[in-house]
Design a protein around this ligand. Structure first.
Ligand code: ZN
Length: 145
């Protein structure tokens, strides 16, 4: 098992090596000093997504969503609540498929909301449709178990 994780700073995108025993102690970015985890999902664009996949070592749960999608807006607070439970073991991120159409096309996102779990750049699972906090947490934990 790894003794540290590479955590990408949500604020400045610096890759930080964090020892496992410090992961739950609100680690700060070595460059900008901001918290590496806020208990909230991080909005990412394609560049940030690729960086998370290429350099980060944590599993990443991505919520593919769009502003015009009612169920997506309904799921947003549930996804945020799930982040409070799943972080820092998992990075929770949101991709606006209107702004990042090429990324949505790369992963053939057909309907939203769709959530997908990635680790080391590989997609390990995906699920479409509205889910509540408990279902989101169960889903992620079942894939990572
Ligand atoms: Zn930073």
């Amino acid at each position: 098992m790894a003794e540290s994780e590479i955590v990408i700073c949500p604020a400045c995108a610096t890759a930080n090596r964090v020892p496992l025993e410090r992961l739950r102690e609100t680690p700060l970015c070595g460059k900008c000093g901001k918290p590496l985890f806020s208990g909230k999902p991080v909005a990412i664009d394609t560049g940030a997504f690729d960086r998370l996949m290429r350099l980060g070592t944590l599993p990443v749960v991505v919520d593919f969503w769009a502003e015009w999608c009612g169920p997506c807006r309904m799921m947003a607070p549930q996804f945020e609540a799930a982040a409070a439970v799943l972080e820092p073991a998992v990075r929770m991120a949101k991709v606006d498929i209107e702004a990042e159409q090429a990324l949505a096309a790369r992963y053939a996102i057909q309907s939203i909301p769709t959530i997908a779990l990635f680790k080391g750049g590989r997609e390990l699972g995906r699920q479409s449709g509205l889910m509540d906090r408990a279902a989101l947490v169960r889903w992620a934990q079942s894939i990572l178990a």
